[in-house]
Design a protein around this ligand. Sequence first.
Ligand code: PLP
Length: 429
Amino acid sequence: MMTEEKVLQLAAEGQEQLWLNPKKVAFEKVRSGFPVTEREMDEAEQRLLRFAPYLAKVFPETAETGGIIESPLREIPEMAVWLRKEYGTEGKWLLKMDSELPIAGSIKARGGIYEVLQYAEQLAMEQGLLQPEDDYAILAEEPFRQLFAKYTIQVGSTGNLGLSIGIISAKLGFQVIVHMSADAKQWKKELLRSKGVTVIEYPQDYGKAVEEGRKQSQLDPMSYFVDDENSRSLFLGYTVAGRRLSQQLEEQKIPVDAEHPLFVYLPCGIGGAPGGVAFGLKHQFGDHVHCFFTEPTEACCMLLGMATGKHDEIAVQDIGLSGKTQADGLAVGRPSAFVGRIMDPLLSGCGTVEDIRLFHWMRQLLEREGLFIEPSSCAAFALAPRWKDLQEYICKEGLQGKAITHIAWATGGRLVPQEEREQYIHYGE
Ligand SMILES: *Cc1c(COP(=O)(O)O)cnc(C)c1O
């Protein structure tokens, strides 16, 4: 186990590392002590079911799944062969393809859309326009649109959260303002503007975009701010992935138990998405699932927050890092205030990766499996080169010789335009 000092030194030098979480404990010891409850997770799942008829109606791409926003889980045998040859990894590899999620094309289609739906439902119920047992397809009708048009939804984003919030809010009829950080890609801003969303651009980073968005939203009593730094609602939307993944594994006859541990690698920005997913997974599989967050070396904010115990009181800039990365979805300098604290007893560790590898892995996945995912998503492979370091964890947990299933959680990609894909594919060659 590395000392905190050593972890910080490696981070400050921009070196890749695997930090193992010394605070992780047996799940049953902490199960009932979280600020987010199982009952709330059930409610989130129920709410998404209520909204399914509406989503199926207004987003035809979700009609096939009956308005349920879910992604495929796919084995990637050729990539596994390559990872083994290159890094010595052992075990089966699966790709959880949130990169293909409908509507927003990224993992933000889970949390972001959920939070806006929850708010819309609350408004409509307060007005007496909606009952829980109604067919929610009526939300597409004029009285609802007129109601929502009186309200503004605002959010700060590096891109993907803005896309998910912007697209669903505009569809419901809300006014929307997305505060975009400097990292945000041009095509994301243009896509949003084409849907009638107001995009305000900031030359600074994500933290600034959120701060300004929050401030402007507070000035308007008819405005609702989706607060990525603190939102329980976003978090809850992500947790639903746990139960759904459990179903998919069952359907594919992939066991998860003491003999078949599941290792899940989740690209992390501010922590809400990977935190919510990991939280849901722990409730499904307890100690049989081992969750790791993965971050770019220059934006390893969750690693810093958790390793030092300072959480949102430390930023990557405090140790001289830039916070800048080609993985725009992960370009966050300061972790969420509450996610790291929830993850303290749950997370197995954090791995970091240099940007240049992300593009390499992107090309490998495309060549070997014919799958495109965006650079941020490729951070899901960050633990492969750390395979030797991971042995310490495997020994400590008594998992030597067990059949590990690895899930790389691909967090985005579907909406990336073809020209952008070409640029990514040739980046750094
Ligand atoms: C937002 C995002 C993440 C990480 O989510 P956080 O909630 O910021 O931790 C990972 N990958 C992609 C592609 C994203 O857009």
